[in-house]
Design a protein around this ligand. Sequence first.
Ligand code: ADP
Ligand code: ADP
Ligand code: MG
Length: 448
Amino acid sequence: MFSKILIANRGEIAVRIIRACNEMGIRTVAVYSEADAQALHVNLADESYCIGGALLKDSYLNMTAIIDVAIATGCQAIHPGYGLLSENARFAELCEKCGIKFIGPSYTVISKMGDKDEARRTMRAAGVPVVPGLDEISDVAAAKAFAQKIGYPVIVKASAGGGGRGIRIVWKAEDFENAVLTASAEAQAAFGNGKVYLEKYLTDVKHVEMQIVADTFGNVVCLGERDCSMQRKNQKLIEESPCVTLKPQVREKMMQAAVTAAKTVGYTNLGTVEFLLDKENNFYFMEMNTRLQVEHPVTEYVTNIDVVKWQIRIAAGIEFIYKQEDIRLRGCAIECRINSEDARQNFRPSCGKIALLHIPGGPWVRFDTAIYQDYVIPPYYDSMIGKLIVYARERTEAIRKMQAALCELVIEGVTTNAEFSSEILAQPEFKDGTYCTNFLEKYLKERK
Ligand code: ADP
Ligand code: ADP
Ligand code: MG
């Protein structure tokens, strides 16, 4: 087992990883930007080093600065968390070349899956159903003709995309060229790669993703699904497990497809295979996230498995002790992402000082966060400041528990979406679990 790990991230996920290390008796090294001197992860780690300015490129995306710290402090491994460098194949490769274990799959697998159109090809070849589409848009006129053939709406997506960026939905032919251009420009700016591809835009579908754990002994186990259909602008807001509308036989098939996907590419460590599920129970591979997911606590509750500790153990060459038949999904878990944004002002980000903080408690209520009383939220980073997760045997009880916890949560000084999430939980479509990925857009339109 490693004796010292560097955490190449910030916010709640850095804190989550530090806690896992503490429980495992592993020493931790934090890195931080000049804007994060007062951040919680800096305080909780055994050692902390400032690696540059507030801008991501100067600090949290500064690969050589991070690896320099890892080497200088004698770390054997780097945990990248999610976002930032977690799906950066070059960073994983650089770690390996420097003799530091990257806690995640190999860089060749990251690169294979990170290119989303290549991943589509690989999955199709392995017999995993993919969304009908065109793997690459090189000739816009030809792509437009293809769109005409499969019929509108279509969705233009960045091959290197993530976090809901570099995506455009096209409803009619005259908007096609512009959508390709803007998606490509956004992708170029965000990911340094303007390559885009095309899919049929499926309406009335659920986003259902499968959690995979793969060790270095060839064991690939699926920890069940998460329903992440409650989204705004292709970004997840509320996640839950299990998915209420997923039929047992369909779950079985999707789990098998996810395991096949992982085995096909020689996957190791934790990963998520994302699918779209339609009303006729057809499912389509969308992408694979080769990292820890924001919504992992939902899976931890229903499986009773600490997936972050397993990421570390698997990276250290330890065999996963659970076989597929040992995995029992029990009860229901729900997560609400708490964002510092104003739902009444078109979700405008809200920054500032946490003037008052009260965190809800009680059995099976978990709040993953890096904020504390008097902490000043810097304007440079993600607006997600915490995740509230609850668990109960029955879904109705879990919803009630979440409502109560959201009501008890007090964050003053910045505006959060807590009240808005509570409003969503009360909607009939949420209560019966039939909501699809287009729910929020419709809801927000009608609410105005
Ligand atoms: P998940 O799939 O785990 O729900 P998201 O897609 O919401 O995760 O993204 C997780 C976090 O990582 C978010 O903070 C998002 O802004 C960020 N992120 C995702 N993909 C990228 C990327 N390619 N580059 C930079 N940040 C990213
Ligand atoms: P990202 O890498 O940004 O997470 P995804 O490919 O996972 O990108 O897509 C993000 C979200 O966009 C999905 O969760 C889904 O709601 C929506 N989406 C993506 N592709 C399609 C599609 N072909 N039809 C309908 N919705 C889609
Ligand atoms: Mg995705």
